[in-house]
Ligand binder design. Structure first.
Ligand SMILES: NC(=O)c1ccc[n+]([C@@H]2O[C@H](COP(=O)([O-])OP(=O)(O)OC[C@H]3O[C@@H](n4cnc5c(N)ncnc54)[C@H](O)[C@@H]3O)[C@@H](O)[C@H]2O)c1
Length: 314
């Protein structure tokens, strides 16, 4: 059965792959995006596009009147460092924007909301990786606080109005169309430098780890969270799923894998560690396996190869 889906942020990196996944499943997709970091060229053929800010009356009215069954919310201020430099802007886009859409969704009878949260930032560094959904939540950036608060708002709307909600806590997403500012920006930065024959800069000793998940696997998780019956909403973590691989990859190793994929031997420079960066990060993904029937499928070397080739064509 065709669903009417409103996808915010669908002109962005992750959102554009999510749009493709919905289209492939036969859904009718409307993308809402202000093109602040997204690009029109990212929009797949077959989507309807509304150029508007998620904080606008136009966006709220679209949801209130558009007879959508599903809201998938990917639009965000997603730059962690910008959230530290300008926390009020982060709050405005990430929380006021979410609430504006939720008010529209409530008025329009939307049944389910799928939200792009972040496992890379909601847990902080209180728990040794891999973090399970129940781990302590101690975000260390305004962006992380906004993601966690967004999950709480969704749960409140679930309690108040019976909205069905699902938060997907991504690890570091990489793949074609990715930009340098996102949480896995290092892949885009290293790839571009390598293709230009420039040295790579590693901040700190390069032993800091990240959980790298391929964007098409993330898009598949969005479909699963849109389709599946979900467990009763009894607490924040019952409606949250880590979407990652559970594997820690060091920044140094990432540089080696990219160099192998490119067939190059880039010079590596070391620079002082950047304050506020997590030392280690990985997400346990068994809950998504059991409850959403989802698992990551793309190996890192394969995914990096595809990403590098697509960035070379950009
Ligand atoms: N990339 C990652 O590794 C990662 C990890 C965890 C969570 N996320 C989350 O996934 C989502 C997508 O991230 P991304 O990496 O694709 O970033 P992105 O910048 O490519 O996508 C965000 C999209 O939202 C749009 N947007 C921003 N502000 C808007 C506004 N006020 N109104 C309307 N549209 C607006 C942008 O134009 C862009 O198209 C975000 O919510 C982000 O926090 C991403």
């Amino acid at each position: 059965m065709t669903r009417r889906v409103l996808l915010s942020g669908g002109a962005g990196f992750v959102g554009s792959h999510v749009a493709e996944a919905y289209l492939a499943a036969g859904d009718e997709v409307t993308v809402l995006d202000d093109l602040s970091t997204g690009r029109r060229e990212n929009l797949p053929r077959g989507v309807r596009f509304v150029h508007a800010d998620i904080r606008s009356a136009e966006a709220r009215d679209l949801l209130a009147q558009g007879r959508f069954e599903l809201l998938n919310h990917h639009a965000a201020q997603m730059d962690v460092r910008r959230s530290v430099a300008d926390p009020l802007f982060d709050l405005d886009v990430n929380l006021r924007g979410l609430l504006n859409l939720l008010e529209g969704a409530r008025a329009g009878g939307v049944r389910r909301v799928v939200f792009a949260s972040s496992g890379g930032v909601v847990y902080g560094d209180a728990t040794a990786p891999p973090c399970r959904e129940g781990a302590a939540k101690l975000p260390i950036s305004p962006y992380g606080v906004a993601k966690l608060a967004s999950e709480h708002y969704l749960m409140a709307y679930s309690r108040l109005y019976g909205l069905d909600v699902a938060s997907l806590r991504y690890s570091n997403v990489y793949g074609p169309r990715q930009n340098a500012e996102g949480e896995a920006g290092v892949v885009a930065i290293f790839s571009r430098k390598m293709l230009a024959g420039e040295p790579l800069t590693i901040f700190g000793d390069g032993e800091q780890t990240r959980d790298m998940v391929y964007v098409k696997d993330v898009a598949a998780a969005n479909l699963a969270a849109s389709d599946r019956p979900l467990p009763p909403p009894e607490g924040l973590d019952t409606r949250a799923w880590n979407i990652g691989t559970g594997v820690e990859t060091s920044v140094k190793r990432l540089a080696e894998l990219l160099a192998a994929a490119a067939g190059r031997r880039p010079a590596i420079r070391y620079a002082p560690e950047r304050p506020g960066e997590l030392r280690r990060s990985a997400l346990a993904v068994e809950k998504a396996g059991h409850e959403l029937g989802w698992a990551p499928r793309t190996g890192l070397a394969d995914g990096l190869g595809v990403t590098l080739r697509s960035l070379a064509e950009d």
